[in-house]
Design a protein around this ligand. Structure first.
Ligand SMILES: [Zn+2]
Length: 213
């Protein structure tokens, strides 16, 4: 059973919003007999999406403002919109638009193991950090080196997102591309960047592998 897309929030559903999540939602509405589409469904949020979702809310016996076609948490969760799967759900960078600035395994005395255990993505404080794959938040913590960090577990691996200035997820499942936090320099960091590290699931410090996904 594929993971389900978590409720993206009421503000997500506005004219001009484009997302594969909206296509996936539309397909589920059609499957439930609530689709009002002449063509599609497609990735852009339209009045027809709203009319279709309103039909779904009425099917759930919601009334009045609760059946206005704007998804709420309950009606969204009941629809079970499947999350995009890889490779379709794969995103290009954990910090969209940014590339690696210090590679994995680079040697140097500044690192405890004499080598860099992850890949760094330098970016301004506040730049968004996203899930590279769909998975779940296995851990949220803080320590002296990694600062504020999150661990995304996906495909049998743990992906560490470190030095965050802010976390925007607490736990639970996340979909590929979903924002999880923001770049910062908490812990041991000379400037704002994401330290992105990959280990086998449950792997300790030093079990890192090349951070590809
Ligand atoms: Zn690093």
């Amino acid at each position: 059973m594929p993971t389900q897309v978590p409720f993206p929030g009421v503000a997500f559903f506005h004219k001009g919003q484009r997302s594969p999540v909206i296509t996936a939602m539309g397909k589920r509405l059609v499957a439930e007999g609530c689709g009002k589409y002449r063509t599609g469904p497609g990735p852009e949020w339209t009045d027809v999406d709203q009319q279709s979702f309103a039909a779904w809310q009425r099917k759930l016996r919601f009334e009045g403002a609760d059946a206005d076609g704007i998804p709420g948490r309950v009606s969204w969760d009941e629809l079970h919109v499947p999350a995009a799967t890889t490779p379709g759900g794969r995103v290009a960078s954990p910090v969209p638009g940014r590339g690696v600035t210090t590679p994995h395994n680079k040697k140097g005395p500044q690192w405890i193991l004499g080598r860099h255990t992850g890949a760094d993505y330098a970016a301004p404080k506040g730049a968004e950090c996203v899930a590279v794959l769909s998975g779940s938040i296995a851990r949220s913590g803080r320590d002296g080196s990694f600062g504020e960090f999150l661990v995304l577990r996906a495909g049998g691996f743990d992906f560490y997102y470190c030095h965050l200035s802010r976390k925007t997820v607490e736990g639970g499942s996340v979909r590929a591309g979903q924002k999880m936090g923001e770049v910062g320099s908490t812990g041991h960091a000379s400037g704002p960047h994401l330290h992105f590290e990959k280990r086998p699931a449950h792997g300790g410090f030093g079990s890192d592998v090349p951070p590809k996904w």
